[in-house]
Design a protein around this ligand. Sequence first.
Ligand code: PLP
Ligand code: ZN
Length: 499
Amino acid sequence: MKAELFPEDIRPYISPSPKGDLGYDCLACGARFQPDRLYYACPKCGGLLTLKDNQFNRLREKPGSFWRRLFDYRRLCNSQATAGVFAFHEFVAPLIPLEDIVYLGEAHTPVVAAPPALAKEVGAEFYVKLDGLNPSASFKDRGMAAALSYLKYLTRTKGYSQVMAVCASTGDTSAAAALYSAALGGPVKSVVLLPKGRVTPQQLSQPLGSGATVFELPGVFDDCMKVVEYLSDRYQVALLNSKNPWRILGQESYAYEIAQQFDYELGDLALIVPVGNAGNVTAILSGLLKFHAAGLIDRLPKIVAVQSERANPVFLYFSQALANRRYVPVTVQPSVAQAAMIGDPVSFPRLVALVDQYEKTAGWSSFFAVEVTEEAIMEGMIKANRRGLPVCTQGGEGLAGLKAALAKGLITPSDRAIIDSTAHALKFMDFQNAYFEGRLAQEYGVPTRSELTNRPLELEVKGPKPDGQNPLSPSDRQKFVETTALEIAKQLGLKPTAD
Ligand SMILES: *Cc1c(COP(=O)(O)O)cnc(C)c1O
Ligand SMILES: [Zn+2]
């Protein structure tokens, strides 16, 4: 819609300009730093940083109804800069001028109601938000859109000639980082560290295709992360892991979109989130709190964090009694929810602080953590796919988490659950193939149930058949078509048409 067609009270706000007073706040020592540099850890004490807008209260000068109207109208505006995560510019990173925004089609992902047969099987109606429909096929694009827009702004205003953008990854962070770095180009070069054999072939091909420098290291994600932290402490690199607080700001858009997609009425929602490094769940909590503080929503939904029992430090922490919770990193075991296979989540201090704030704001116990088995994760993925809802293994983990939360009474069938389908199913199809072929038992402890498998059928074709190179004669081709069709009709029990 053209600018002049928006209602008069909305028109001046459709295209946002830089505002606010964004700065880095240290969670450990409370120090504050200006956003004119990229920090990932407090320069004073090494603590984890968050980005806070000291002029957030200016957003409260307008009623929630104003912001709801503005954001709904902004959806009709055909501007690239405000089409993605910066549709919520005022809440995401109001510092960044529109000219610096890198938009590759991320965010605005659909929410889909589970097909009835699947809902029946789970015992509750629920929705899935298809965040695998992002440009690099995972939610990580939301964070990279914000982080790389900030990098673009920084390199332009500071005139940097070279920026090494590095990250460790379980596969999707590197795909997103490499893609957005490639699109930004110029001085920004992408470098990714991956645990060898612990990302899927699709995820390995993504950063290679984007032209990133890819290092495969022995070990698991946590080992790669330590190397990247060491590098970023001692060398001039731009860290793109979710320790980078700009990523969290972009990922908050997931919560903003849910609010918009449910007409800002979230009181009976339960958001189910698979958790690895805890960046995503942190961003969702933070986004919901910001919308609540500015009056866009008046009730906060329940949050259910889901982990595999093979990579469960967040679950272990929250399953202890409130008064004496202790955080202990775990050594992960191989998990089919490989993108969340993290034993020492970087965002853990952020998560604890936000959960405390969230429950105080909600006024009741509204954050839960559950753990699920590898078998439940695989069956979640396979059953969802079978009922018309393609999800990845982390989506399967979400479905297993929904079932676990229902079984424990943490949520009830009257809560409207929304599973975060964090990546596209096709990135993780090798796990489904391995299940079908019975190859998951040894490493992941997941036995194959034959009723859930499916394999291609081969036909025994007698007579002439094509060899894929030399064409058959017309009569041989006719024979091949007849004998093959007859065999298929026999196997399917097809009845001939009447005449
Ligand atoms: C990164 C990722 C997760 C875990 O998110 P965190 O922010 O690390 O907790 C879950 N699913 C997929 C597909 C991912 O790529
Ligand atoms: Zn500090």
